[in-house]
Design a protein around this ligand. Structure first.
Ligand code: GLY
Length: 371
């Protein structure tokens, strides 16, 4: 076990917390979580896949802390009213009190659902995120967005509820399938592209080692990503402005996810990566960034063995108008206008609604024709 544990502090007044990042944190769970507890007891929400892999190690790490657990089915379909209700009722049955702590042990689905359950249980109890995927460690476990899906769209029901602690054990990333790891890496690349050109350059050099399992590179990438997110969330917790930058690649990505039925034809992080490439393409065509920038984004995704174009998505896709219609259902629509995250260069993203729909349509039509 490496002794290195990094800490990123999220300085939200009255709701501040640490993100602890390093190898072997599950084994130290009792020492990390214990100081937050008023009695030696937590209630764990997890999924069946993560429970089989990590629940025993996590409980062992908790030591004498009592830790009943509910394992929900793995997968996005769990972010629904039925499983949410089941989780909340189970927490009530477990007699979780107002001063107790709920633990979310899992990826983004469990983190979002458990965080929302904690937000509404007894009008709000504290919770700890123990993210077990790269995507959850660098994005969804940080910043307090919690919720579930509606049949009418993703993440339409939820609350802002900050965790009291995030324990990101980079050791568990070794159990991820390579495709899931790389999908999470799509969100890592996003941080470089939106606000940190030096980080993107570092990823161009270190990305392959990081994907191959280099522990120091993984810790450094998770830390830098969490720092970026923490600074944005501190400025704009409830997404009135700057937080929308975190949606770079998501306007296109969500439309592609919807077009592929949220299936394993396209994972969320893969949609984000392709979406980032399209956002840079759009920015270049609008004369906002250098013509070379979109190629540089695609070259890095390619070097990492990631999807980078619509041509990399298997199966049929709607035409350009169909994709634009799916974009229009996005939460980022404001006053009927779709907002895009564009860039003046690598590391220089900004939010705008000032985009010609005909240009978006022609970029999508070209990308579809190249399939
Ligand atoms: N995942 C985007 C956000 O947390 O704002």
């Amino acid at each position: 076990m490496s002794a290195t544990v990094e800490t990123v502090h999220v300085a939200l007044p009255g709701r501040e917390y640490d993100i602890r990042i390093g190898e072997g944190l599950l084994a130290r769970a009792g020492a990390e979580i214990g100081p937050l507890l008023r009695r030696p007891r937590v209630a764990i929400l997890t999924d069946e896949t993560v429970a089989a892999l990590h629940l025993a190690a996590f409980r062992a790490g908790l030591g004498d802390i009592e830790a009943p657990a509910l394992a929900l089915p793995a997968g996005e379909a769990t972010k629904c009213w039925a499983q949410f209700g089941r989780a909340v009722e189970w927490l009530i049955e477990q007699k979780v009190e107002r001063r107790d702590i709920v633990v979310a042990l899992g990826g983004g689905v469990i983190g979002d659902l458990a965080g929302f359950a904690a937000a509404v249980l007894r009008r709000g109890v504290r919770f700890v995120q123990v993210p077990t995927t790269l995507l959850a460690q660098v994005d969804s476990s940080v910043g307090g967005k919690t919720g579930i899906n509606s049949p009418q769209g993703k993440n339409l029901i939820g609350a802002f509820h900050q965790p009291s602690l995030v324990l990101a054990d980079t050791g568990v990333l070794g159990t991820l399938a390579p495709r899931d790891f790389l999908a999470g890496y799509g969100e890592v690349v996003k941080y470089g592209l939106l606000g940190d050109a030096a980080f993107f350059e570092w990823l161009e050099a270190q990305g392959p080692a990081l994907a191959a399992g280099d522990v120091a590179a993984r810790i450094a990438a998770v830390k830098r990503s969490c720092e970026a997110k923490a600074r944005i969330v501190e400025r704009d917790e409830t997404e009135q402005g700057d937080r929308a930058l975190l949606n770079l690649g998501h306007t296109f990505g969500h439309a592609l996810e919807a077009a592929t039925g949220y299936s394993d034809r396209l994972l969320h992080g893969e949609g984000v990566a392709i979406g980032c490439a399209l956002a840079f393409e759009l920015s270049a065509r609008m004369g906002l960034c250098a013509q070379e920038d979109p190629s540089r984004v695609r070259a890095h995704l390619d070097a990492m063995g990631m999807k980078k174009d619509l041509a990399d998505i298997p199966g049929d896709l709607p035409d350009a108008d169909g994709l634009i219609a799916l974009m229009a259902q996005d939460k980022k629509v404001q006053d009927g206008r779709l907002r895009f995250i564009l860039a003046r260069g690598i590391g220089e993203a900004f939010v705008t609604a000032d985009v010609d729909p005909a240009l978006v349509s022609s970029i999508l039509a070209e990308a579809l024709a190249a399939r």
